[in-house]
Design a protein around this ligand. Structure first.
Ligand code: SF4
Ligand code: SF4
Length: 330
């Protein structure tokens, strides 16, 4: 257990799936040297299979008695999808060859099922789910490592891999139910999101949060009552962990998406009081607290519509980018 815990909140009502966060992370940390296939930050469509494929069904985490559950190591080709190249060399200077195509037959990759979602037109639906390592309070990766190579920093709860101790056994990958720790085949070590700790130590938020064009990400210490993170998680209780049933106590929290516009009946008329995103699906992702969180969000929205004050809505609108990040108690 760390003395303090940094956390991130992401408001899923504002994510536009632009992948700026993914690119910010990739260019900074994982664009080469065996990390090409890694997405320490990815943004996937839900409902969907995600990245790596079917990660929610890949095991790991803890059962209700606190025992580590078995998990699988996703397959590099079938589940991650090895990054492929295109036939640029063939095309270059060859006027007859006109088709730009991958140089292998890809079967899967990040965002393979982007924007597919579920439901039939005109009642189809989806939303974007950005994911990083949750820097869990009870990390499955850490519990699974026989080398004690994974540790939580005392000062902020960031979960890191000690590469000197790691022997590349990959138990951590099986143990993480979010599949947010990756094997680097070039150095035979496991690597993962480091919550941009070199930036944190300079008082800067992680690059994914800083670059987010939708202003969906808040960063702060969970015990800092002035931080917006504290208010969203503890005061208003509208930010919830993803798959709390996995038992790892994640420290990335999500403001769930509202159910969306009303469904249309067979005659094309909106069905009053209906919503496109089934609340049962949101409950599967965020647990039973999602009902109260959605109720609070709707009540506060109504307050603002009536012209009343709402601290919660002011936070979520994120007028000032700087207010979204509070990395100390100054
Ligand atoms: Fe470990 Fe996975 Fe939790 Fe990250 S999300 S701390 S990799 S168990
Ligand atoms: Fe969503 Fe922000 Fe990432 Fe864009 S940068 S995909 S809005 S989390």
């Amino acid at each position: 257990m760390s003395k303090r815990q940094l956390a991130m909140v992401m408001d899923l009502n504002k994510c536009i799936g632009c992948q700026t966060c993914t690119v910010a992370c990739k260019t900074q940390w994982t664009n080469r040297n065996g990390r090409e296939y890694m997405y320490w930050n990815n943004v996937e469509t839900q409902p969907g299979t995600g990245y790596p494929r079917n990660w929610m069904e890949a095991g790991g985490g803890f059962d209700s008695e606190g025992n580590l559950k078995d998990g699988i190591i996703p397959d590099m080709v079938l589940d991650y999808g090895v990054p492929w190249d295109y036939n640029h060399d063939e095309l270059f200077g060859n006027a007859d060859q006109t088709v730009l195509s991958p140089n292998t037959d890809p079967v899967w990759g990040p965002n393979w099922d982007e924007d597919v979602g579920e439901g039939d037109w005109p009642n189809s639906y989806f939303f974007y789910l950005p994911r990083i390592c949750n820097h869990c309070s009870n990390p499955g990766c850490l519990a699974a490592c026989p080398r004690e190579a994974i540790f939580k920093r005392e000062q902020d709860g960031i979960v890191l891999v000690d590469l000197d101790r790691c022997q590349g056994y990959r138990y951590c990958i099986a143990g993480c139910p979010y599949k947010k720790i990756y094997f680097n085949p070039k150095i035979s070590k496991s690597e993962k999101c480091i919550f941009c700790f070199p930036r944190i130590e300079r008082g800067l938020p992680p690059a994914c949060a800083h670059q987010c064009v939708g202003r969906i990400r808040f960063v702060g210490f969970l015990d800092d009552q002035e931080s917006q993170v504290y208010k969203l998680v503890h005061k208003y209780k509208v930010a919830l962990p993803l798959r709390p049933d996995f038992g790892t106590q994640p420290n990335v929290y999500y403001v769930p998406p509202l159910e969306g516009p009303p469904k249309f009946d067979d005659e094309g008329k909106p069905i009053e009081g209906s919503g496109r995103i089934p609340v049962e699906f949101l409950e599967k992702l965020f647990g039973p607290e999602v009902h109260q969180a959605l109720k609070t969000l709707k009540e506060e929205m109504e307050k603002r519509k009536r012209g009343e004050e709402s601290e919660l809505m002011d936070i979520l609108i994120a007028y000032n980018h700087a207010d979204m990040f509070r990395l100390d108690e100054n």
